[in-house]
Design a protein around this ligand. Structure first.
Ligand code: IPE
Ligand code: IPE
Ligand code: MG
Ligand code: MG
Ligand code: MG
Length: 272
């Protein structure tokens, strides 16, 4: 049997212990529990294993990072943002629970994610708050750029580093952060992986199908999104993603588990 990527039972127990309104509880668990690829908790766990971090600490942070990711997806899909009706192969959170409750479910998951990290230690909690600031700034840059006709490649890459790279940077640097070692190399690898991953996501938006990606394809052009693919085309975007990915592998050459997990994810992504 394949190992669970996030401690799902623990998550349900934790959210239930907050004694929330049952609709908020349901909405928060809905997107979170749908079968995503669980890349971020996987990378975080691998990084923790490379640095022999305890299972208890790792599992709290794995829950937290998937919560923050799920919250960002709920808000990203809202009609005011990307207006996406499908996520993880099912109707988006706001389609099922309404925009009002979906906004609250996202807020809740951002809060519980931060709270879980506070329980670990101050260095983790500070880094995780910074990750959320980057994510929100990145999503905002995405929104603003989508309304402009004059966006540069550098501005797009900076937006990708923030909206997508920040979470991977946190995951990749989790082990060394707990072990009180330098995190710089791992953070840079995480940012580069994030940008290359976002480019791939943008390419899939153009080339893939609903069955494969579980969300509506061809949405970026329709929404006038500022993506590298729209700016320089699929082929050149692919080249940049490949170069960044090779940098990641080089940076992680001494990280046994994390490197293995990154290579596994690449195979998974290539299948789509
Ligand atoms: C989707 O991330 C959002 C992006 C950063 C492109 P994933 O593709 O990892 O989504 P799930 O977790 O598998 O649903
Ligand atoms: C990444 O960008 C979303 C977040 C960082 C939340 P997209 O808007 O391209 O992600 P998808 O395609 O909706 O998953
Ligand atoms: Mg978006
Ligand atoms: Mg989107
Ligand atoms: Mg996308």
């Amino acid at each position: 049997m394949e190992e669970k990527k996030i401690p799902e039972f623990e998550i349900e127990k934790y959210i239930h212990s907050l004694h929330l309104h049952p609709i908020l509880e349901k909405a928060a668990l809905y997107t979170l529990m749908l079968p995503g690829k669980r890349l971020r908790p996987n990378f975080l766990t691998a990084s923790a294993e490379d640095f022999r971090v305890s299972k208890k600490t790792t599992s709290k942070a794995a829950m937290a990072i998937e919560m923050m990711h799920a919250a960002s997806l709920i808000h990203d899909d809202l009609p005011a943002v990307d207006n996406d009706n499908y996520r993880r192969g099912k109707p988006s959170n706001h389609v099922v629970f309404g925009e009002d409750v979906a906004i609250m479910a996202g807020d809740l998951l951002f809060s519980t994610a931060l709270h879980l990290c506070e329980e670990i230690d101050e260095s983790v909690s500070v880094a995780f708050s910074k990750t959320l600031v980057d994510l929100v700034d990145g999503e905002t840059r995405d929104i603003i750029m989508s309304k402009s006709n004059d966006v540069t490649v550098d501005e797009i890459v900076e937006m990708y580093r923030k909206k997508t790279g920040a979470l991977f940077a946190f995951a990749f640097s989790f082990g060394p952060r707990i072990a009180k070692q330098s995190t710089e190399k791992y953070e840079e690898a995480g940012y580069n992986f994030g940008v290359s991953f976002q480019i791939l996501d943008d390419i899939l938006d153009v080339t893939s199908t609903f069955e494969k990606i579980g969300k509506t394809p061809q949405k970026d052009a329709e929404q006038h999104k500022a993506t590298l693919v729209q700016k320089i085309g699929v082929e050149d975007s692919h080249k940049i993603a490949d170069t960044l990915y090779r940098k990641v592998l080089l940076n992680l050459k001494d990280s046994e588990k994390l490197l293995k997990e990154v290579k596994k994810s690449e195979k998974l992504l290539r299948k789509r």
